[in-house]
Design a protein around this ligand. Structure first.
Ligand code: THU
Length: 130
């Protein structure tokens, strides 16, 4: 298994834990830290819809809270024909903590597409403006 395949497999497994009773749109994410650790997340929805947290941000915040710094790649898995990329809010957070990492979008049929975050999130606002 390649490193990308391992990350996709971890994201697929995390997707099983998705709490998505409102949208029924289940997402899993897996983030590979520079340390080599893989930290996973799934989307967690809430009856107050706006409080929903995406799989990518769950993975990122878990990783940060456990002391990880520096990240290499994130895989995002959803059951869609058109591969699901991170939403705008997640792109902003990923940029701040991961910079121009590899973003691997995958579905359950084995389709994958790899991006750099800089191509998904051009002209970012970041701390350099402050
Ligand atoms: N969602 C994610 O977890 N990641 C994405 O990249 C796209 C959207 C979640 C949020 C919500 O629970 C559901 O998918 C529908 O938007």
């Amino acid at each position: 298994m390649t490193a990308a395949e391992k990350l996709i497999a971890a994201a697929s497994a995390a997707r099983e834990n998705a709490h998505a009773p409102y949208s029924n749109f289940r997402v899993g994410a897996a983030l590979r830290a520079r340390s080599g650790r893989v930290i996973t997340g799934c989307n967690v929805e809430n009856a107050s819809y706006g409080l929903t947290v995406c799989a990518e941000r769950v993975a990122l915040l878990k990783a940060l809270s456990e002391g990880e710094r520096g990240f290499e790649a994130i895989a995002v898995v959803a059951d869609t024909e058109r591969l699901t990329p991170p939403c705008g809010a997640c792109r902003q957070l990923l940029w701040e903590f991961c910079g121009d990492i590899e973003v691997i979008a995958a579905n359950l049929r084995g389709d994958t597409k790899t991006f750099r975050l800089a191509e998904l999130f051009p002209e970012p606002f970041d701390a350099s403006f402050l």
